[in-house]
Design a protein around this ligand. Sequence first.
Ligand code: ADP
Length: 169
Amino acid sequence: AFALPAAAYMLQEQEAHAGEMERTFIAIKPDGVQRGLISEIIARFERKGFKLVAIKLVTPSKSFAQKHYHDLKERPFFDGLCNFLSSGPVLAMVWEGEGVIKYGRKLIGATDPQKSEPGTIRGDLAVVVGRNIIHGSDGPETAKDEINLWFKPEEVSSYTSNQEKWVYG
Ligand code: ADP
């Protein structure tokens, strides 16, 4: 690798990361917004090295909340959950980075804050499952669907952050 001309070397470096960039949908639920935890939560994703590519504060309608949580429609808590999500402003975001879908879930912690490790968002900042302050897509397919549900394509920015060469090498 030392004998490669600089351009070829850089190409190799690019290829080492190509295809691994992902986007995930993250939302601070009404409890997180009301508790003043927006900056605390954004800071954790930002400091990690992930890139914010979309953000807006919206109060979803109940039917929108039902669409978002359609996978859970048979669960006994579904109605309460949808009422709650539509009860006030939600901070909807898209974050981009290598492995951001899976690692975003790690930053968030287990669904039940009693089972979330200390150091995670829910572990540090929430107490009960019905008020666990944040949502994050649980896989690549869900991420795509949720980003499309919450954002128009033109609301999602594609840009190069100056940090990238320092975060990824
Ligand atoms: P996650 O948000 O960690 O992906 P789920 O998709 O299983 O978890 O559930 C979606 C949301 O439904 C949870 O974040 C939580 O707000 C709510 N929820 C899950 N289980 C319960 C429960 N047993 N009682 C009340 N609300 C729940």
